[in-house]
Design a binder for this molecule. Structure first.
Ligand code: PRP
Ligand code: ADE
Length: 177
């Protein structure tokens, strides 16, 4: 069942106080990847959500780096493509970039100019929503490339940081803290 799958996912998220800096409670998803049943549960729950979306998702766009762990698995299940949004300086050819702030620092994300077609219906995926800076920047990038963002999906949402208010698009999360 859905509840059993969610329980399994929750059991495989490990909290680490004061990482990477004092005052941050880091939610580690590595145990999920180490357990095939937990990883399957994540992808099952994501798939269930995406399949009932209207209009239909045409492309999954994942965020550097932990969005890459879940995005391609989901894209393959759905039979759609996967595109990477990377930290600045990693992608070849003409790119578009957007700068942003996050829970513990500053960064800039980048995407290849030809990665999405104008009007293409995309879904953003990452492991975790904190302040929303990353997903906000990703939405800006996709806007610049004229894609249509249908929504965002994360394993974990840190509710206290109100990240979903910063992201213009709807955010679907499996586990909330
Ligand atoms: C983490 C996490 C999200 C982002 C969320 O990534 O994986 O991408 O922070 O924070 P925000 O909502 O405040 O933007 P991080 O930048 O640490 O990089 P990594 O995935 O490469 O470890
Ligand atoms: N990315 C941003 N904030 C995070 C947190 N608290 N745990 C794990 N990843 C994060």
């Amino acid at each position: 069942t859905r509840e059993a799958k969610l329980d399994l996912v929750k059991k495989h998220i490990k909290p680490y106080p004061d990482f990477p800096s004092k005052g941050i409670l880091f939610r580690d998803i590595c145990p999920i990847l180490k357990d095939p049943a937990a990883l399957t549960a994540v992808i099952d729950l994501f798939e269930e959500h995406v399949r009932q979306m209207q209009p239909q998702v045409e492309l999954i766009v994942g965020l550097d780096a932990r969005g890459f762990l879940f995005g391609p698995l989901l894209a393959q299940r759905l039979g759609v493509g996967f595109v990477l949004i990377r930290k600045k300086g990693k992608l070849p050819g003409p790119t578009v970039s957007v700068a942003y702030t996050l829970e513990y620092g500053q960064a800039e994300v980048e995407m290849q100019e030809d990665a999405v077609a104008p009007g293409q219906k995309v879904l953003l995926i990452d492991d975790l929503l904190a302040t929303g800076g990353t997903l906000w920047a990703a939405c800006e990038l996709l806007k610049k490339n004229k894609a249509e963002v249908l929504g965002c999906m994360v394993v974990i949402e840190l509710k206290d940081l109100h990240g979903s208010e910063r992201v213009e698009s709807t955010v679907f999360s499996l586990v909330q803290y």
